[in-house]
Design a binder for this molecule. Structure first.
Ligand SMILES: Nc1ncnc2c1ncn2[C@@H]1O[C@H](COP(=O)(O)OP(=O)(O)OP(=O)(O)O)[C@@H](O)[C@H]1O
Ligand SMILES: [Mg+2]
Length: 362
């Protein structure tokens, strides 16, 4: 048997194993939920989170969901609603993004308003507290709200009563409140940016979602899940990722967490030119990213050489994290900017833009 035959047989074996793994993934997809309510992952933090969700969903208490951007806070909120017994036609789920919108609009959305109560209020309108009285209201980005809004929210949470803007009638609500933020609320409270009384009201039960970098074992699973999701969506069934491609994706620093990984897979599927996506099909940025596990596989080096190598990889990673911004990188690493500049020069590091952002600029 010649080398080429062995190589090709080996490749076939690897590829059939990959197809097998993709099939097995079906067991991880919860058939009770739609695509937007899947919490894929077998890492300890995810399994524990799922267990807690099952436990607290039927309890009728407020829940605070914490996690960095793109870690799945909205997924968790929807899952709680679906498992809460509040899930039926007339018991709706409303997600309200509280950050970056003016208080009047936010309050009008939540509490409703009477005709003529402000310019543009041409007719009386019910708010979510009224419409979703038996449902769930998900207050996203709660850490970005103003003090004045926080006071009003606290009042509803305390006695379940509210008034429409400009209204005189006191209305009752039984809506369940789920709130989420990617901010450090304890710090915000200590800096008086967030009201302590509201924090304790919301914080009866806290669910914390671990960032992707703390559960790298979930990455291959998520990759295969998104691959199956987007090949279906784009009618591109029969596209796979070679195991080496998955390995490279696994060692990336996913700053935007699951959302960034999801976007990357959708993009790869959309741009795929052959059935098997190989490492060469990945953007250079991915190929050049340092491997966080390199020490385990690296050849042994004398101390001074190892230190040099570490420094180079550390700085390369740092600059990737800050998208090439040296000042930010210096701040993050807590080192003088000048010092960082010298090291960048010494190692001839070319700061690169991350693929996703470089693309958006086109
Ligand atoms: N464990 C997971 N399994 C499958 N999909 C996930 C998982 N976590 C997140 N996602 C997907 O990632 C995307 C981002 O999730 P989501 O919007 O819930 O994040 P978020 O924490 O609310 O982000 P942000 O802070 O930006 O609002 C969604 O498309 C979601 O379906
Ligand atoms: Mg969100």
């Amino acid at each position: 048997m010649d080398v080429e035959t062995v190589k090709s047989e080996n490749e076939e074996m690897v590829e059939s194993k990959e197809k097998e793994l993709l099939k097995k993934l079906q067991n991880d997809i919860d058939q009770n939920f739609t695509d937007s309510i899947q919490l894929i992952g077998r890492s300890r933090p995810i399994l524990e989170l799922k267990k807690r969700i099952q436990k607290v969903a039927p309890l009728d208490c407020n829940i605070l969901i914490l996690g960095e951007t793109g870690t799945g806070k909205e997924v968790v909120a929807k899952m709680i609603h679906h498992l809460s017994g509040r899930n039926s036609e007339e018991r709706e789920f409303f997600a309200v993004h509280c950050g970056g919108i003016p208080d009047t609009l936010l309050e009008s959305n939540l509490f409703g308003h009477e005709k003529g109560s402000f310019t543009g209020a041409y007719r009386t309108q019910k708010g979510y507290f009224e419409i979703a009285s038996a449902g769930t209201i998900f207050l996203d980005e709660i850490g970005d709200t103003t003090h004045s809004f926080q006071v009003k929210l606290l009042r509803v949470l305390q006695d379940k009563k509210f008034r429409r803007i400009g209204g005189t009638e006191t209305l009752q609500t039984n809506a369940r409140i789920l709130a989420a933020t990617n901010r450090d609320l304890v710090k915000a409270v200590s800096e008086s940016l967030f009201r302590e009384d509201l924090f304790y009201r919301l914080n009866v039960i806290t669910l914390k979602i671990a960032p992707l970098r703390e559960r790298p074992e979930d990455v291959p699973l998520l990759i295969r899940y998104f691959l199956s999701k987007y090949t279906k969506k784009h009618n591109q069934l029969g596209i796979y990722l070679k195991p080496e491609t998955i390995k490279i994706l696994q060692r990336q620093y996913w700053r935007g967490n699951v959302r960034e990984l999801e976007n990357a897979i959708e993009r790869l599927v959309a741009l795929a030119e052959s059935d098997w996506i190989s490492p060469e099909d990945l953007p250079d940025e991915y190929l050049n990213a340092p491997d966080p596990h390199y020490l385990e596989n690296a050849p042994f080096l004398i101390y001074s050489k190892a230190k040099e190598q570490f420094e180079k990889e550390y700085i390369t990673r740092l600059l990737t994290m800050t998208n090439g911004n040296v000042s930010k990188a210096a701040e993050l690493a807590a080192m003088p900017r000048q010092n960082l500049h010298l090291k960048i020069k010494k190692h001839k590091i070319v700061p690169r833009k991350r693929f996703s952002e470089a693309k958006n600029e086109n």
